[in-house]
Design a protein. Sequence first.
Length: 190
Amino acid sequence: MAKLTAFKRRHPEIELELDATDRVVDVIGEGFDVVLRTGEHADSRLMTRTLGHFSQAVVGSPDYFRRMGAPETPEDLARHTCLVYRYANTGKLHQWPLSRGGEPAQVEIQPSVVTNALEAQIGLAESGLGIACVPDLSVAEHLQRGSLVRILAGYVEAQTKLSVMWPASRYASPKLRAFVDFAAQEFMAA
């Protein structure tokens, strides 16, 4: 949201309508001008610009770790309160991408709280209610100010692509170009 706020401040004349959902929308059929997508997506009807790659971060608050201790291995998570994300479009729980030497770590995580809202998951972790696994770019500011602490970084090896996509047949209006250029410059910046 901080990046979108910066865009709006830089371009106050551009009207933004945000649809913050994890479902894969039909960009053309539903009339979206532009979308941000993670992972690999192939749609010949869309133009794509890769913004970069991000990884997951296993995080918790300093208060939580003072009270409960910090896990040192993925297996230690079995004894901790975990805040788990549920994908709205599939109903599946997010599998934390923990590995050891390139092999998936077999970890039994018992969710204490399940949510389909990333902001809620981050807020609960920041409040000291448990440990969450979230995109590192979504908690960069939290980590910087110390309200969240990253743990188990050596066990998270997977990277995910972040792209901006828009209809290929649509004339690239100055507003669309402004957003795509802004996203390419700012979204993966620290």
